[in-house]
Design a protein around this ligand. Structure first.
Ligand code: NAD
Length: 448
C-alpha cells in the first residue's frame, strides 16, 4: 500500500473521481444484500437503512462527486507586507495510508462515510469494520473487493483487540480515523501517540435533551421519540436522557407514550419499524438500567430475540449507572427540573456530550442553553438530525471526541494543508538581510 501510495497513482482528480464512482456503483449493485445484512444484524427496515445507511452514504458520495474538483483547488491566500511581493497558497495534499475503524451500530455508514473523504482526498485506506455486525461486514467486504485493488483499499475484518494493535504496531499509518466507544478510543489514541500518528476520534457520551416550559410539547415528543428509539436507541447522537421543566413534564410524558405507540404499535417486538439490540452483551447491559428507576412506559424484554421495549424511565437515583453511562439502547430517562441551574448541575456530571438538544420557543433561552452546555453538535427544537446535513461538521469535543467530518469537512480531515509561499527574484531589498543594526525602527513599522 505504501508503495502504491508513493507511486502517486491516487493523486489525480480523474483517479479520485473514478474511485468514488466505483464505490457508488458497488453500493448500488449490492443494495438488496445491504438490506438483508442490516436486517440480520440489527433488524433495520429498508426505509431506515436508506435514511441512515446506504442512502445517507450515497448523499455524501454525490456531494463529494459534485464538489471534488473545487475542493482540490489550491487556495490563494493574501500575503503580508513583510513578504512582499511573494504569493501564498494552501495546497490540499493526501495524508498517505490511512486507517478507518468502524463500530457496529451503523456499520455501513460509519465505515464508508469517512472512506468517501479519504478517497476524495487521495489516500490509500485500510478499513477495519466492527466484528459485531458480521452480516454487514461480509457485504462490505464484497463491495470493497469488487471495486478496488488491495494495495489501494484493504478490508481487514476480525477481532479489534487483536487486529488493530497488530496493524498499528507493525505499520506507521499517516492517520487513524476511529468511531466507537470512548474507552477503546483512549487505547487507539495511546497506540497512535507511540508513533505520533494523528487521529480523528468519533466517540460517544450522554447527549442531554432539554425541554423548556415554553417548548412545543407535542412536537418535542414526536421528534424525541423518533430519534431515541430509532435503531433501538443504538445511535451515538440519540437523546440519552430528557430534562423537562416540571410544569410540562406530565404533558411531555403523555405525548411521548402516544408517539411510541403510534410509531411501533402495542407490540413493538412485531413492528416493522423497530430494531433489536446487537448482541447478548449489549442486551444485558441495557436491561440492567430497567431496574434503576420507575418504568413509566414499556420495560418488557426478550433475551432470545434481543428485544427491549421502547421504555420511559424515571430514575430514582441520579448517581445510578443509567445516569452515569451512555445508555446506547431504548431506555429514556425523563427527569423534571425547576431551574436551569438544577438541570445544568445534572448535565455537568457528564461534560462535553456529542450532542445537545433544546426545545424552546424563546430565542434568548435557546442561546442561554447553547452557551451553558458545550457539546460536539446541537439541535434546537430537534434531535439528531443535524448529522444528516453534510454541510455541517460532525464530531465531538473533549470526551466525545476530536476532529470532525461529513461533506467538505471529511475532505479536510483526510488532507494535509500545505502552506506554500513563492517569492519572485525581481525584488530583494537589503533590509531583509544582515547586518540588522539600526533597522529596528523600520522593522517595527513593517511587523506589527
Ligand atoms: P467499540 O469501541 O467496542 O468498537 C469500535 C471498534 O473498535 C471496532 O471496530 C472494534 O473492533 C474496535 N476495538 C474494540 N476493542 C478494541 C481494542 N481493545 N483495541 C483496538 N480496537 C478495538 O465501539 P462500539 O461498541 O462498536 O460502538 C459503540 C460506541 O461508539 C458508543 O459509545 C457510541 O456512542 C460510539 N459511536 C460514536 C459515533 C460517532 O460518530 N461519534 C458513532 C457511532 C458510535
Amino acid at each position: 500500500m505504501r508503495q502504491f501510495y508513493l507511486s502517486g497513482a491516487t493523486r489525480s482528480y480523474a483517479f479520485r473521481k473514478q474511485q468514488l464512482l466505483a464505490l457508488k456503483r458497488s453500493i448500488t449493485d449490492h443494495e438488496t444484500e445491504i438490506y438483508e445484512a442490516l436486517y440480520s444484524d440489527l433488524r433495520k427496515s429498508r426505509e431506515e437503512c436508506w435514511v441512515t445507511e446506504n442512502g445517507f452514504l450515497l448523499a455524501e458520495l454525490n456531494d463529494a462527486l459534485r464538489h471534488l474538483r473545487r475542493w482540490m483547488q489550491p487556495e490563494a491566500v493574501p500575503t503580508n507586507l513583510l513578504n512582499f511581493p511573494s504569493g501564498s497558497r494552501v495546497l490540499y495534499e493526501p495524508l498517505g495510508v490511512t486507517l478507518i475503524i468502524g463500530p457496529w451500530n451503523y456499520p455501513l455508514q460509519l465505515l464508508f462515510t469517512p472512506l468517501v473523504g479519504a478517497i476524495a482526498a487521495g489516500n490509500c485506506v485500510v478499513l477495519k469494520p466492527s466484528e459485531f455486525a458480521p452480516a454487514t461486514s461480509a457485504v462490505m467486504q464484497k463491495i470493497i473487493e469488487a471495486s478496488f485493488s488491495k494495495e489501494y483499499i484493504l478490508y481487514v475484518p476480525g477481532d479489534g483487540a487483536t487486529v488493530i494493535p497488530d496493524m498499528m504496531k507493525n505499520f506507521s499509518f499517516d492517520h487513524v480515523f476511529y468511531t466507537g466507544s470512548t474507552s477503546v478510543g483512549k487505547i487507539i489514541y495511546q497506540m497512535a501517540a507511540e508513533k505520533l500518528v494523528p487521529v480523528t476520534l468519533e466517540l460517544g457520551g450522554k447527549s442531554p435533551c432539554v425541554v423548556e416550559s415554553d417548548g412545543n410539547i407535542p412536537v418535542a415528543a414526536k421528534r424525541i421519540a423518533m430519534t431515541k428509539f430509532s435503531n433501538a436507541g443504538q445511535m451515538c447522537v440519540a437523546p440519552d436522557y430528557v430534562l423537562v421543566h416540571r410544569s410540562v413534564k406530565e404533558k411531555l410524558v403523555a405525548e411521548l407514550k402516544k408517539r411510541i405507540v403510534q410509531y411501533f404499535g402495542e407490540k413493538p417486538e412485531e413492528s416493522y419499524n423497530y430494531g433489536k439490540l446487537i448482541n447478548e452483551k449489549q442486551f444485558d447491559r441495557v436491561s440492567r438500567y430497567l431496574q434503576q428507576g420507575n418504568i413509566i412506559h414499556g420495560g418488557r424484554t426478550n433475551r432470545q430475540t434481543l428485544f427491549i421495549e421502547p421504555t420511559l424511565l424515571e430514575p430514582t437515583d441520579l448517581s445510578a449507572a443509567v445516569m452515569k453511562e451512555e445508555i446506547f439502547g431504548p431506555v429514556l430517562p425523563v427527569i423534571g427540573f425547576e431551574t436551569m441551574e438544577e438541570a445544568l448541575h445534572i448535565i455537568a456530571e457528564n461534560p462535553d456530550p456529542l450532542s445537545f438538544y433544546v426545545f424552546s420557543s424563546d430565542p434568548d433561552k435557546e442561546t442561554r442553553w447553547l452557551n451553558a452546555v458545550p457539546s460536539g453538535g446541537a439541535c434546537i427544537n430537534n434531535a439528531s438530525w443535524h448529522l444528516t446535513n453534510y454541510n455541517l461538521p460532525f464530531g465531538g469535543r473533549g470526551s466525545s471526541g476530536m476532529g470532525a467530518y461529513h461533506g467538505k469537512y471529511s475532505f479536510d480531515t483526510f488532507s494535509h494543508k500545505r502552506a506554500v509561499m513563492k517569492t519572485p527574484a525581481w525584488f530583494d531589498p537589503a533590509l531583509k538581510y544582515p547586518p540588522f543594526k539600526g533597522k529596528l525602527g523600520i522593522f517595527k513599522k513593517i511587523i506589527r
